[in-house]
Ligand binder design. Structure first.
Ligand SMILES: Cc1cc2nc3c(=O)[nH]c(=O)nc-3n(C[C@H](O)[C@H](O)[C@H](O)COP(=O)(O)OP(=O)(O)OC[C@H]3O[C@@H](n4cnc5c(N)ncnc54)[C@H](O)[C@@H]3O)c2cc1C
Length: 336
């Protein structure tokens, strides 16, 4: 394992923030994982596991070891009458994996097309889009406990998935390196196409994993900025979940406020709507801004620092709180 010093992370975060890591290495094999664990035993510096850097904001340089997870491999590991089970290593690119499933006629992941990042980070915040979450398809997950080096297989239930959250992002934060996930692809697929925009774009087409994936790619490209062109981390804020009382009070004051009832009786409301109503869409502060087509996406117009992005994020949090009494929560990991 090759360790570099003072390594620039600009190419490794989708905001394209210039930040340096005191130490940096790439993890490409099981041997590299062993070397990383050994390094960790002899160091009191913190460890940052990094995938595609598309859900992270560096406000400062990182004063520890950044380990870029780059382990590859996709394997069919089994099947039964209902599902095909596909194991994929953490360093695979998520979208390329989705397209591999689509091209090979394995259904289930098509709605999660074009989400940036790696497979290993996908369970962290239970990635989701267009009515589907990773939790719906995940069969099991293999992870190494960083302090003991022990490998453990987690069932779907043991991952405690919820909206943009999991065991690994909450109570076990920083404790595990996710090595691989196993997806169950249904043999009799149930297509999720009722989401806004998806149904229309499929009119007249044969419904398949491939046509749905293609529609979703086109939809996402029309709405979201390409991080290779303009730095961003997708949705910067989580959609707030309200209890019924708070929802009803707000709805009386703002009858147009969109709300989506959840299975746990809470109501998910649109953070983009709240931000838009505070007049933030398309606004710019220095080199940081709010994307002109989507109020939930913060962008680096070029040369922004992490502090600038975090500054506008906090100004948004404060104005939304003042107007609606709701505290928005950032979705990406913030490195201070
Ligand atoms: C344009 C754009 C659109 C997006 N759209 C969506 C969307 O529709 N839905 C959605 O849910 N998200 C979306 N995102 C957010 C992002 O793509 C996902 O959160 C993605 O899973 C992040 O993957 P990554 O490899 O880039 O993670 P990173 O940013 O590298 O890391 C994220 C977190 O995971 C940890 N981590 C990374 N790899 C591992 C590992 N192997 N083991 C343990 N911990 C690890 C990191 O330490 C960090 O805490 C979008 C982002 C962008 C830029």
């Amino acid at each position: 394992m090759n360790i570099q010093k003072n390594h620039s992370l600009k190419k490794h975060n989708s905001f394209a923030i210039e930040a340096k890591s005191r130490y940096f290495c790439q993890i490409e094999s099981e041997d590299h994982i062993d070397s990383l664990l050994e390094w960790q035993q002899h160091s009191d510096l913190p460890l940052l596991l990094l995938g595609g850097g598309s859900n992270i904001l560096f406000i400062n340089d990182y004063q520890g070891m950044t380990a870029l997870i780059n382990t590859k491999g996709i394997t069919i590991v089994g099947e039964d009458s209902d599902f095909t089970y596909i194991k994929v290593n953490a360093g695979e690119n998520w979208h390329q994996f989705v397209r591999w499933t689509v091209e090979n006629n394995y259904a289930g992941l098509e709605n999660l097309s074009l989400i940036p990042g790696t497979v290993g980070a996908a369970p962290m915040q239970n990635i989701g889009a267009y009515g589907v979450e990773l939790a719906d398809l995940l069969h099991e997950l293999k992870a190494i406990e960083l302090t003991t080096g022990k490998s453990k297989t987690f069932t779907q239930k043991e991952c405690f998935f919820s909206y943009r959250d999991s065991f690994f992002k909450s109570s076990a934060f920083g404790k595990y390196l996710i090595q691989s996930i196993t997806i169950k692809s249904p043999k009799k697929p149930h297509w999720n196409i009722n989401y806004e925009g998806v149904k229309n774009s499929l009119e007249g087409k044969t419904i398949s994993a491939k046509t749905i994936s293609n529609s979703i790619i086109a939809l996402r490209q029309s709405k979201l900025p390409d991080p290779f062109v303009i730095g961003n981390a997708g949705s910067f804020f989580k959609n707030p979940l309200l209890n019924k009382e708070k929802w009803q009070t707000l709805k009386e004051l703002h009858p147009n406020l969109p709300g989506y009832p959840q299975t746990d009786d809470s109501i998910k409301i649109s953070a983009a709507w709240l931000i838009d109503k505070c007049g933030w869409k398309g606004k710019r502060q220095g080199n940081a801004g709010v994307y002109k087509k989507h109020a939930l996406v913060l962008v680096n117009h070029g040369g922004a620092t992490g502090k600038e992005i975090w500054g506008i994020a906090n100004d948004i949090i404060n104005t939304v709180n003042d107007k609606f009494g709701i505290e928005l929560e950032a979705e990406p990991r913030i490195i201070v």
